[in-house]
Ligand binder design. Structure first.
Ligand SMILES: [Zn+2]
Length: 53
């Protein structure tokens, strides 16, 4: 999934993340771990609102 994704945290904050992110991404509002890097494909721990391509 090497695409940019618009993800939405449980707290309602939206972020744009890379689907193959090599680093963990945390919500800037509440600190929830939104994306977990796992070598290859990143694991998305929140709702994907939109695939930006
Ligand atoms: Zn949040």
């Amino acid at each position: 999934m090497s695409k940019f994704l618009l993800v939405k945290c449980e707290c309602g904050s939206e972020s744009v993340v890379f689907g193959d992110s090599k680093t963990d991404v945390f919500c800037s509002a509440c600190g929830n771990e939104m994306v977990k890097a796992s070598g290859g494909r990143a694991k998305i721990n929140c709702k994907v609102e939109k695939v930006l391509g």
